[in-house]
Design a protein around this ligand. Sequence first.
Ligand SMILES: C=C(O[C@@H]1C=C(C(=O)O)C=C[C@H]1O)C(=O)O
Length: 432
Amino acid sequence: MIETAGETGTAPPRLHVSTAEIDDPGPLEALLPPDGALAWVRRGDGMVAWGEADRYKPTSIADAEEWWSGLSRDVVVTDALDDPPAGAGLLAFGSFVFDPDSAGRSTLVVPSTVVGRRDGRAWLTRVTAGPEPVAPPVPTATVPPRAPRGLRWSAGTLSPEAWQDAVSEAVRRIGTGALDKVVLARDVVATAEDEIDPRWLVGRLADRYASCWTYLVDGLVGATPEMLVRRQGGLVTSRVLAGTIRRSAGGDADLNLAAALARSSKDLEEHEYAVASVARALAPSCSAVHVPDAPYVLELPNVLHLATDVTAVARPGATALGLAAALHPSAAVCGTPTDVARTLIPALEHLDRERYAGPVGWVDAAGDGEWAIALRCGQVEETDARRIRLFAGCGIVAGSDPAAELAESAAKLLPMREALGDLPLPVATPAP
Ligand SMILES: C=C(O[C@@H]1C=C(C(=O)O)C=C[C@H]1O)C(=O)O
């Protein structure tokens, strides 16, 4: 018999984890129940989850790492896969506030049911407070999600004009030599007639932005193209994005835009700051940090980004969460120098970013995991689920033009607006 700490009456019961290979379950997001849905999907693979075996409100990423290493060390694994794909077994989903002073809450959830698929293998993980007698069948969502209806838009914290003034002020400060780059974000609010079902948004985002990581954690839903850090075994990768152009109708026009982006000194400069901040942050906990000589152009349906994939080898003990703690906030969402940008951001934005621009992802018992930057997202409001707040930001450098930055922020809002059904796919319309 397996003895659990809970039987002593002094400690919570140890969690029991069992994972079994299952037949291909079809589209993962279609399995999600209406309540407590968690998702992490890309190109059809990934994990969807629900139920809560445990939950923690970390005060920082380091605090989350400590809690998680304690919990995951103490579980009883009753069944596991041979040569498991990444994510098959005990894991926690999480997301963290951008700014520790935010009124928002960082969160780590250990789901009681996870269904995953990777590299042609599918699995079901159950996490329970005692031995689970029989693995339950894969559930299917009984209530399919409905599209939001009757959307109304309202300005967020700053009007578009006031936000452009903030960009001008940032350019002025950069001109004085106070800093090199600062990322300024804005928000807009959509209100629907009924409660917004985030599963609807997950399905739409995963379809249209298949190359992005589509995520859902406690009402924060989005599809991000930017991987802060992935650790798989010893290998560490980070996809850095900075430098953006809004896409046109496609074809030759887009090829010309891509060429212009790859030559733009403003965008290359902005990109270099972001790559340098990632390479610097990885150096103490990794060896063999490799930064390619030049960025490539990442094509998404709404924008083109300058992108660099940095690779490294993790030193012993450098977990995915530990690496995320070292990397956040990178210059892609904060600025250069970090401390100056960090102070300037709230002063100019007047916005509580909450979990936008913070790390979002998952971690397993071995410390492997994926932590992306929560971009191209919205937060369904906890107190009124008919409302969702969307966020988008832009890197401001010496050559930035406020009107062009506003247009760029509008392009970054498109994925969520399309997912909400505000726009017919794939045509772009002016910012709300
Ligand atoms: C801040 C955002 O995006 C970041 C800023 C970018 C830029 O300024 O070019 C590009 C990608 C992201 O690193 C956002 O999408 O909200």
